[in-house]
Design a protein around this ligand. Structure first.
Ligand code: 4AD
Ligand code: MG
Length: 458
């Protein structure tokens, strides 16, 4: 078989073409007296190709039995369309039914709720909305690589199975073998496959730091796992994270990069996914395009954590969670700052050390660490990062305060023993970024097969 033209390619033609071949899935079929119209889609674009099947086709009786969801191959001529709504249509010479469907096919033309579509996660990519979401996801992933590669960053694959708990938040999934899990008394099965407890990675940061201390600028882009039992629209148990790490770079340089990255990704999506974004603007979030253009046009705000606390305390808003120096900002606080107060993305930096992980660099005030979070309207935090503690003794003291076992992190401390440098980095949540550029309000709807507490079907 030769690779057929995609429907996207066909629709971009500027002249009639004889003898084309396309394939795809039937979205709808409409019959009139002398012919049937078939709307065909192959996932390459939001637009369908209109196929005209004349009643004189020898296989016309099969055409009349074609159901929504069936797969077909069409041979025919591309001609200017007589009808409204499309420039071209394919007049079929021959239609081959590859796989018939039946009337139990759950995706019908009428709009379905996102909740219903989650139950058919294997079929929802064939819908307009999810087709658009996953095309944008693919473009966005590529744009991330482009951004870093254009700037000389080295892509590093950090391990999925790890012995360290980078964030220290205890939200780890254990890794074990099925043999030891089924029979803990079985002496033949090793108690620990790796000779030590291991987990699915919550972050590739610590390993990325080792590579940054060799390549200067690196980034990771891979799956991340967190056993947070929070059933929110912004948390998944398995999500993708981008983690750049830069040697010879302080907190200000880190914040610059995060803001530049977010803007770059918005601009690329705006340019490369225009048609799909139009769909989101029509059916998901009316404000989407205005918001994205606004984000591109204006500088982001930057304030310290203390300033954020002051603004929140002075606001007339009735928050459900307390606002007090030393407490974490909740998503309602983050959203008030971005949506009501600044009406733009905001980077907050210098957080109290007590609420942040062991690796963040202590500031000279003795109270805060060089941490930063980038917040965007509609979502809240999409980036979390910091400058790292590069001073061996300060880091060891932090580890003691966090009751960490120094022996397990010997390799990490070595990075401070041999040629230590100021360095910093951050993590961008890939799905949260995707939610931001599409306006899709639930993280479950931007992941092909979502994993959340109590949910790992498919
Ligand atoms: O702020 P976090 O926890 O930072 C880290 O993991 C650092 N080690 C990153 C670094 O400095 N290299 O997570 C980073 C981002 C968050 O801002 C958020 O966008 C996303 O990852 N994130 C999640 N996304 C979906 N579901 C979850 N459960 C998430 N937890 C974090
Ligand atoms: Mg965070």
């Amino acid at each position: 078989m030769t690779m057929p033209a995609t429907i996207k390619n066909v629709l971009q033609r500027t002249r009639p073409v004889a003898d084309l071949q396309v394939q795809g899935w039937v979205r709808t079929r409409r019959d009139s007296k002398d012919f049937s119209f078939i709307e065909l889609n192959d996932g390459s674009s939001l637009k369908n190709l209109q196929v005209i099947a004349k009643s004189t086709l020898p296989e016309y009786s099969e055409v009349l039995r074609l159901m929504t969801g069936a797969s077909i191959r069409v041979h025919g001529d591309l001609v200017a369309s007589q009808g409204k709504g499309q420039a071209w249509e394919l007049v079929a010479d021959r239609i081959e039914v590859i796989g018939q469907s039946d009337d139990s096919y759950p995706l019908q033309k009428k709009g379905h709720t996102p909740e219903f579509l989650r139950e058919i996660a294997h079929l929802r990519p064939r819908s307009n909305l999810f087709g658009a979401v996953f095309r944008v996801r693919s473009k966005l992933a590529f744009a991330i690589h482009r951004f870093f590669q254009e700037r000389g960053f080295v892509y590093v694959h950090t391990p999925v199975i790890t012995g360290s708990d980078c964030e220290g938040a205890g939200e780890l999934f254990r890794v074990s073998t099925t043999t030891s899990a089924k029979n803990p008394q079985n002496d033949d099965a090793p108690a620990e496959f790796f000779g030590r407890p291991t987990f699915l990675s919550v972050s590739g940061q610590l390993e990325a730091e080792a590579f940054a201390c060799a390549f200067s600028k690196v980034y990771t882009f891979g799956p991340t796992f967190r056993a947070e039992n929070s059933n929110t629209s912004r948390h998944a148990s398995e999500f993708w994270m981008i983690e750049p790490e830069m040697a010879f770079c302080d907190l200000a340089c880190n914040m610059d990069l995060a803001e530049e990255l977010v803007k770059y990704l918005v601009r690329r999506t705006r340019e490369e996914c225009a048609e799909d974004l139009e769909l989101f603007a029509r059916f998901v979030d009316k404000e989407l395009l205005t918001r994205l253009d606004f984000v591109l046009a204006r500088p982001f705000h930057r304030i310290t954590y203390s300033e954020a606390i002051e603004l929140l305390s002075a606001s007339a808003e009735n928050f459900s969670f307390p606002v007090k120096y030393g407490l974490n900002l909740q998503s309602e606080h983050e959203r008030w700052l971005t949506e009501k107060h600044f009406k733009s993305p905001v980077t907050i930096f210098n957080y109290p050390r007590e609420i942040k992980p062991f690796y963040m660099r202590a500031n000279d005030d003795g109270k805060t660490v060089a941490a930063m979070d980038l917040l965007v309207p509609g979502i809240g935090e999409i980036v979390g990062g910091s400058q790292r503690e590069e001073r061996l003794e300060v880091l060891r003291q932090n580890m003691r305060q966090h009751q960490m076992n120094e022996a397990e992190y010997k390799w990490y401390l070595d990075l401070r023993r041999y040629g230590t440098v100021p360095h910093s980095g951050f993590g961008l949540g890939f799905e949260r970024m995707l939610m931001f550029v599409t306006g899709v309000p639930n993280i479950r709807d931007v992941i092909p097969f979502a994993r959340t507490p109590g949910n790992a079907e498919f």
